[in-house]
Ligand binder design. Sequence first.
Ligand SMILES: [Zn+2]
Length: 198
Amino acid sequence: MQYHLIIDLLGIKDKQVEVWDVKEEPTKLLVELYTKIKKQTCPSCKAKTKRVHSYRKQLIQGPNLSNTSVKIALRKRRYLCTHCHHTFYEHLQMVDRYQRCTNSLQMSARTYSAIGSFTDAARLSGMTTNRLIRLVDRHPLQTKKVLPRAIAIDEFKGDAGGERFQTIVADVENKEIIDILPDRKVDIIKEYLQSRDT
Ligand SMILES: [Zn+2]
C-alpha cells in the first residue's frame, strides 16, 4: 500500500506527518509515523522556532481499517524556544482526534462490560477481550465498601495474574463495573461478598 494512501485512510490532516514504515502483523497493522520539522510558535512567548529539543514515541490506537486493528507509533518532536528556553511538543490534530476516538471506544466498552458479558462487550466495541480487560486494569475501579442494591456477577476469560478466568462485579442499576476479582472460584466470590457491607 502506498504511504500517502495510508495517511488518507487514517484521516490524518497534519501536513507534516509522514509514514516511516508499515508492518503487517497477523492481527494488526503497525504504522510508524514521524513528523517533518515545521516552524512552531512558542506557546509561552509566541516567538517562532525550528529548534528541535528531543523526541518521544507515542503509541496510539488508530481506527480499524477493513476489520484490521491499527496501532500507530508516532515519533513526536519536542521543540525548544530559543528566545525563552521553553520546551514544548508540537501540536498535532491527529493526536487529539485519536485520543477522542480512543476515549469514546473505552467508554462504550466499559458500558457494555457493565451491562453484558465481557465477551459481548469486546465483540460490540470491536476489540479483543484481553485488550478490554487491560483497559479496565489501567483504570483502577473504585471499590465501594457497600454493595449497590442489585449486582451482576459474570466471569470472563482474562490473562491477569496467570488465572484464566476472572470475575466481574457490576452495579446493575447504575450500569457500571464496581470490581474485578482475580479469578472465578466460588471461595473468592464468597470472600468478596462477605467483606462488603450490605
Ligand atoms: Zn518562548
